[in-house]
Design a protein around this ligand. Structure first.
Ligand code: ADE
Ligand code: ZN
Length: 338
């Protein structure tokens, strides 16, 4: 292992953009399908992996929602989340903020309570036995109606203490943030923080809408901000974080190849960018593989890596004291690994 790869591997970091359903690896998918008596349309793990070739966001989402239908019991949600948290431990992810998509499951008749209890119990065990802190963000599927999102918000109210914020994901075009303004207003009144996927496939206008109408604290992806200099300036001035997902962006054709990715350009401009895996089981890598590819293909250096890790803690929704505790661990790591 090269020095830099080892440095990246061991570097303390946070992950802020991970869809927990996107962490479901094919072998666990088969195991869960078997115990739930579900027949998958794939014959083997190899066949599943071979199907993971996507042209764009929609072609991925079609397979992704289909795969998520194996999840039925509280234990299924637990096992998926626990497997992800073990990856976090292996990759020195000290803190993670997980997205989940309740509508993918409640629309199939799965109780909201099972979903949240399964994920929540694993998060709790993650803290107790692995020392990894985590927060949960509930995403609305933007291809569904605002009314469905509002119903989902209402279902979440009894579980408010387990959910730090709400987000917006799924097919970005043609579902602009303004479609969900009313729902996000209600969520803000209930005390949820807000984030949204914007500027992944959608134009910079989607990012403006997420900021101005949904009052988001972070933009998920946001890489198309580079097309709008006024927006870029605002993101720098207000240090609004972008949760960027390099491997995802290549797999879904947002950039043709890694050499074209703009993450380091955004970093140089002073934006608060972070590195994340998005859907690690589908895009060939967890957060560290994303760091490694940035080093290999964009020449990510040590100082840039440290900045990205520091950003990941600063951009998190942890309270200030907890953020500082994790940043101190990063600083200590930097000192001992000179
Ligand atoms: N759901 C899971 N991954 C997603 C992505 N990259 N964009 C939008 N919705 C998603
Ligand atoms: Zn995402």
């Amino acid at each position: 292992m090269s020095n830099m790869i080892e440095f990246l591997q061991k570097m303390p970091k946070a992950e802020l953009h991970i869809h927990i359903e996107g962490s479901l690896e094919p072998d666990l998918m088969f195991k869960i399908a078997r115990r739930n008596g579900i027949r998958l349309s794939f014959a083997s793990v190899e066949e599943v992996k071979a199907a993971y070739r996507f042209d764009n966001l929609q072609s991925f989402l079609d397979i992704y929602y289909d795969a998520a239908s194996v999840l039925q019991t509280e234990q299924d949600f637990y096992d998926m989340t626990w497997a992800y948290l073990q990856h976090c431990q292996e990759q020195n992810v000290l803190h993670t903020e997980l997205f989940f998509d309740p509508q993918t499951h409640t629309n199939r008749g799965i109780e909201f309570e099972f979903i949240i209890n399964g994920i929540g119990r694993a998060m709790n065990d993650g803290k107790q036995t692995l020392g990894i802190s985590s927060l949960l963000i509930m995403c609305f599927l933007r291809h569904l109606s605002a009314e469905s999102a509002l119903n989902t918000l209402n279902q979440a109210i009894p579980f408010k203490e387990f959910i730090i914020g709400v987000g917006l994901d799924s097919s970005e075009i043609p579902h602009p943030p303004e479609k969900f303004q009313g729902v996000f207003e209600r969520a803000l009144e209930e005390g949820f923080l807000t984030v949204a996927h914007a500027g992944e496939e959608g134009s910079p206008n989607y990012i403006w809408q997420a900021l101005n109408l949904l009052k988001v604290k972070r933009i998920d992806h946001g890489v198309r901000c580079i097309e709008d200099p006024i927006l870029m300036q605002k993101l720098v001035d207000e240090q609004i974080p972008l949760t960027v997902c390099p491997l995802s962006n290549i797999k879904l054709g947002v950039f043709e190849k890694m050499a074209d990715h703009n993450i380091l350009t955004l970093l140089k401009h002073g934006l608060k960018v972070t590195v994340n895996s998005d859907d690690p089981a589908y895009f060939c890598g967890y957060v560290n593989e994303n760091f490694f590819v940035l080093h290999r293909e964009l020449g990510l250096n040590r100082q840039q890596a440290i900045q990205l890790a520091r950003n990941s803690f600063e951009a998190s929704f942890l309270v200030a004291q907890e953020k500082q505790r994790l940043i101190d661990q990063l600083e200590k790591y930097i000192q001992v690994s000179v």
